[in-house]
Design a protein around this ligand. Structure first.
Ligand code: PMP
Length: 285
């Protein structure tokens, strides 16, 4: 069952409440993380916390506890939830203020941890591959709102997802403001051409996914060459294989991109190898 920790106390789904004056709600002023636990073990917790604290620093928000304390709350939340496989959502907002965007109106941040479960796509999508469409909505320009900050401003991503829904696709591919392929609405992207994996580099202004890092590690272990370089829709359309990866999505093969069949239209050998390695790493089988 879902358990929620708010500023030091535990709640259930019905009793967990935040103020209507919370600036996270009013202005999207806050940052968050999405983390998974597999078989009761939190996956890559340290890296997620590092990104959370960096996101907070980038928006001049001070998280009221140190990372070790937050880690202990997360571990306890997983235990209390009784969930073997859990999805964990730590969230920090500027806090309760009054009307007006000025962050000085908020005296102290609100810190929340939600532990629940998460379902992404049905199992057959992982076997057959997913269909993606390019969204007309780009990711925010890196100097408007850095995509490196995992902030509470997901409206462009929500609108891109809506475009995918309207098109009957499983996911949207978002471009950056100059038209390079950036990421999915909650995943990073890899393409494979002639045995070489390619993914947009950190300086592309994307969210640097923890799963993206895991895929690069697994590729290195398996001896699949991988490069971080800018990719265009052409690279996706002409790829031998393509995949999306993220904490929620894990590794999902792409079978169709804007109506073009990717590779053979079936999950390719490198994607399947990475999926198997990821499963072994997370589920330990
Ligand atoms: N890009 C975006 C926009 C995301 O929201 C996410 C999910 N956090 C990712 C990429 C993948 O990141 P991670 O692997 O750390 O979940």
């Amino acid at each position: 069952m879902a358990v929620i920790w708010i500023n030091g106390a535990w709640y259930d789904r019905n009793s967990a409440k935040v103020s209507v004056f919370d600036h996270g709600l009013l202005y999207g002023d806050g940052v968050f993380e999405g983390i998974r636990a597999y078989q009761g073990r939190v996956f890559r917790l340290e890296q997620h916390l590092e990104r959370l604290y960096d996101s907070a620093r980038a928006i001049a928000l001070t998280i009221p506890v140190v990372a070790a304390e937050l880690a202990a709350v997360i571990e306890e939340g997983v235990r209390r939830s009784g969930l073997k496989d859990a999805y964990i959502r730590p969230l920090v907002t500027r806090g309760d203020g009054d009307m007006g965007v000025d962050p000085r109106k908020c005296s102290s941040p609100n810190l929340l941890v939600i532990v629940d479960s998460l379902k992404m796509w049905p199992a057959d999508r992982y076997e057959q591959g997913i269909a993606v469409v390019t969204a007309g909505t780009p990711i925010p320009h890196r100097e408007a709102l850095s995509p490196r900050v995992k902030s509470l401003n997901y409206l462009p991503h929500v609108m891109a997802k809506q475009e995918a829904n309207v098109a009957g696709a499983d996911e949207a591919i978002m471009l950056d403001s100059s038209g390079h392929v950036a990421e999915g609405t909650g995943q990073n992207i890899f393409v494979v051409k002639k045995g070489v994996l390619k993914t947009p580099p950190s300086y592309a202004g994307i969210l640097l996914g923890i799963t993206r890092g895991v895929v690069l590690e697994l590729a290195a272990q398996a001896g699949h060459p991988a490069r971080e370089e800018m990719i265009n829709r052409y690279d996706l359309y002409t790829a031998d294989e393509a995949l999306l990866c993220g904490t929620g999505a894990e590794i999902a093969p792409i079978r169709l991109a804007d109506g073009r069949v990717v590779g053979t239209g079936k999950p390719g050998p490198i994607t399947r190898d990475l999926m198997a390695r990821f499963r072994a790493l997370t589920r330990g089988d």
